[in-house]
Design a protein around this ligand. Structure first.
Ligand SMILES: NC(=O)C1=CN([C@@H]2O[C@H](COP(=O)(O)OP(=O)(O)OC[C@H]3O[C@@H](n4cnc5c(N)ncnc54)[C@H](O)[C@@H]3O)[C@@H](O)[C@H]2O)C=CC1
Ligand SMILES: N[C@@H](CC=O)C(=O)O
Length: 379
């Protein structure tokens, strides 16, 4: 007698679905990046299920105030449902929910820009979650935290993917990891690391628009950090440079990065809305910098990891505004393009160059989705 279960019209079990891998996602932050990510997941879920046999099930979505659970996955109406939720939540609720419903293949996705949210990482790992993050803070806290996080992941056999930390959707971290792992000596990484500052200086260098207006446009395009001073202060580029240095096993802290802060001192610590009302204070400063350049030169804000990268404490990390010839590689950048030149022992004269949109909600969200899928393959 055959024991094979026959699928028929009356069967309530989808046998095809049972053969697929269900990956359960908790998404934290649904702003510019997180919101686009959720849209992309909903749009692509059917084709991912078809092509990769992976079913992406977003069972939780949260912002800084509210948390929504949907055991069988969110639908297009998630924004309204989340709005209707009570204010206030705790990370232990998410871990408890996953346990209660026996959810496997767990991934927590951090699309916040929050330093506080990073405090939840150890609890999430201990609660059975793998991690994907567009947030740069977990990788730029002190080295002790950086190493502890990695040993915790190892002990719990969990993964942490963060390709979008540098270069948004560009395949940069993975490339550097592979080169380093394969023993190729990386000797220098230099380029325009910030999509927003790329857009700002590319546009400001070529047009007559004021600096403040160009900054507002960059914000409207979703290129800047939630507070654009995180970009203008050089902190965001500093973080990216530090993340790359640490990928090369260099033991640096954020305080080791020499950063040229572009914000006049009085505007650095005032509330964001007041800063945005005083943008004309930036106009004069940058107009003078633009005018004082040599002929056919343009302004670019760069990151440069150089020096002796063979010692754990070696290397110099510089973040600064430079004036370069318009026809140079950096000078030819346009729009929000980032550019990374990776010099190695075998690419000494002609560096590996990775170039493309370095900021923006949609490209970053696509990079996060890529991380989710690569991680899903490992589960
Ligand atoms: N915009 C871009 O081009 C890129 C952004 N990123 C990173 O992506 C992250 C998100 O950026 P955006 O979406 O532009 O920011 P956003 O300000 O538009 O959205 C942030 C979201 O996080 C939520 N949030 C903040 N603190 C939270 C907390 N403690 N718990 C739960 N939710 C919290 C907010 O409610 C909001 O939904 C940032 O870390 C940013 O550095 C990375 C690469 C590129
Ligand atoms: N604000 C950042 C966004 C990506 O990390 C940038 O401008 O590059």
């Amino acid at each position: 007698m055959s024991t094979e279960i026959k699928e028929n019209n009356t069967s309530r079990i989808d046998l095809q679905l049972l053969k697929k891998k269900k990956v359960n996602l908790a998404v934290f932050g649904h702003g510019n990046v997180g919101g686009k990510l959720l849209d992309q997941i909903l749009e692509s879920a059917a084709s991912i299920s078809e092509r990769k046999h992976i079913v992406l099930n977003v069972f939780a979505v949260a912002n800084s105030g509210q948390l929504l659970f949907q055991t069988d996955g969110i639908d297009e109406n998630w924004r309204n449902k989340l709005k209707a939720e009570k204010a206030g939540w705790d990370i232990s609720e998410v871990i408890k929910f996953a346990r209660q419903y026996n959810l496997k293949n767990l991934i927590a996705i951090d699309n916040t820009g929050s330093t506080e949210f990073v405090e939840h990482y150890p609890k999430l790992i201990e609660g059975g979650f793998n991690l994907v993050s567009s947030n740069k803070h977990p990788n730029t806290r002190d080295l002790e935290f950086y190493h502890e996080l990695r040993s915790l992941l190892q002990r719990h056999e969990k993964e942490f993917f963060y390709e979008t930390n540098v270069g948004a959707g560009l395949p940069l971290i993975d490339t550097i990891k592979l080169l380093h792992l394969s023993g190729e000596n990386i000797t220098r990484i230099r380029g325009v690391f910030s999509g927003s500052l790329s857009y700002i200086f590319n546009t400001f260098s070529e047009n007559d628009d004021s600096f403040g207006n160009v900054l507002k446009k960059a914000m409207n395009y979703g290129f800047t950090e939630p507070d654009p001073r995180e970009d203008l202060s050089g902190n965001d580029v500093g973080r990216k440079l530090l993340i790359l240095a640490r990928e090369l096993d260099l033991h640096h802290e954020l305080t080791d990065v020499n950063i040229e802060n572009l914000i006049p001192k009085p505007l650095r610590t005032i509330p964001k809305h007041e800063f945005l009302e005083q943008l004309d204070a930036l106009d004069v400063k940058f107009h003078i910098k633009k005018r004082n350049q040599k002929k056919d030169h343009v302004l670019r804000y760069i990151g440069d990891l150089h020096g002796d990268l063979s010692e754990v404490n070696g290397g110099t990390l510089d973040v600064k505004l430079v004036s370069v010839p318009r026809d140079s590689t950096l000078g030819q950048l346009s729009n929000s393009d980032s550019l990374f030149e990776i010099y190695t022992q075998n690419y000494a004269q002609h560096p590996i160059t990775i170039k493309g949109a370095g900021a923006g909600g949609a490209v970053t969200a696509r990079g996060v989705l890529g991380d989710i899928l690569r991680l899903s393959d490992k589960l």
